[in-house]
Design a protein around this ligand. Structure first.
Ligand code: PBG
Length: 325
């Protein structure tokens, strides 16, 4: 009877050996925690499709940030829910906007927690699109000015990093130029470089109240079947001055994360988006999968594919699991 000379099972014999040969390890250092901030006091409203995530007023947001920091997570990314929406998303770039106030409150209490801001207009526009509408479509170049204004107002409020997620052409360059003109040379740009028009953003739109009122985002976000185009998008953002490039979503796009990591030498971020979170939560609730194991397995797969950092709604929960082990 054939007896194999090589027996890979030898190195899977027990947990100690498995730990010794493990190639990829997660750490709280890998995570960036997305948070939703709204107006008001003592507000903590659970997002029904994203159990464990909330729309919070600044008082509760700051408390939550303390927990994030205590868990060893280095950074949060903020999304704002404005009081009023209008055609041009004014609250997005107002110095009195909700995100601008939240940045100040967090930095005031926790100067060493890194605060990243999402730079986009969709949460602030009445029509829910990521820019200014002209003739039924999002007009690229007028939108650039507003995005640059938004990024600048975040930097002025004390943001450590800005992350444009709108997918307009030229926005990284426009933002870099504006930040530099005002002396914010040291504020890095994390560009949502390869962002696809994905069904997996569904729950986020409930969380951020940003569902487009007409049409969809397919004229600015990428078409899911394309990967060479993603490399072009990443290359453009790097030319324009991006410091970190992001692939979004993560799990259905692990091949894109892998290729970006191989082809470029900048840090790579991956956004484990709302739908990816909700699917695991829902299946676990039904008793169909082990939610904790599915969470850790998907996070490690994103890191194994090449992500240097992972934006994830699981950040706190996963950090707690890592503390136990
Ligand atoms: C804003 C933005 C979106 C997400 C991050 N920034 C929504 C969208 O493009 O529709 C999605 C995040 C998630 O699903 O977790 N443009």
């Amino acid at each position: 009877m054939f007896q194999p000379l090589y027996r890979p099972r030898r190195l899977r014999l027990n947990e100690n050996i498995r730990r010794m040969v493990r190639e990829t390890k997660l750490s709280p250092d890998d995570f960036i925690y997305p948070m939703f901030v709204c107006h008001g006091k003592s507000v903590k409203k659970e997002i029904s499709s994203m159990p464990g995530n909330y729309q919070q007023s600044i008082d509760n947001l700051v408390k939550d940030c303390e927990e994030v920091k205590d868990l060893g997570i280095p950074a949060v990314i903020l999304f704002g829910i404005p009081e009023h929406k209008d055609e041009v998303g004014s609250e997005g770039y107002s110095d009195e906007g909700i995100v601008q106030h939240a940045i100040k409150a967090i930095k005031n209490k926790m100067p060493d927690l890194t605060v990243i801001t999402d730079v986009c207009l969709c949460e602030y526009t009445s029509h829910g699109h990521c820019g200014v509408i002209k003739n039924g479509t999002v007009e690229n170049d007028t939108t650039l000015e507003l995005l640059a204004k938004e990024a600048l107002s975040h930097a002025k409020a004390g943001a450590d990093m800005v992350a444009p997620s709108d997918m307009m052409d030229g926005r990284v360059g426009a933002i870099r130029e504006t930040l530099d003109e005002h002396g914010y040379f040291d504020v890095p740009i994390m560009a949502y470089a390869a962002k696809y028009a994905s069904a997996f953003y569904g729950p986020f739109r409930e969380a951020a109240e940003s569902t487009p009122q007409f049409g969809d985002r397919r004229s600015y976000q990428m078409d899911p079947p394309n990967s060479r185009e993603a490399m072009r998008e990443v290359a453009l953002d790097i030319e324009e001055g991006a410091d970190i490039v992001m692939v979004k979503p993560a799990l259905a796009y692990l091949d894109i994360i892998y290729q970006v990591k191989q082809q470029f030498n900048l840090p790579v971020a991956a956004y484990n988006v709302s739908g990816e979170y909700s699917i695991i939560k829902a299946a676990a609730k039904m008793g169909w999968i082990d939610g904790e194991r599915a969470m850790m397995e998907s996070l490690v797969s994103i890191k194994r594919a090449g992500a240097d950092m992972i934006l994830t709604y699981f950040a706190k929960e996963a950090a707690k699991v890592l503390q136990k082990t």
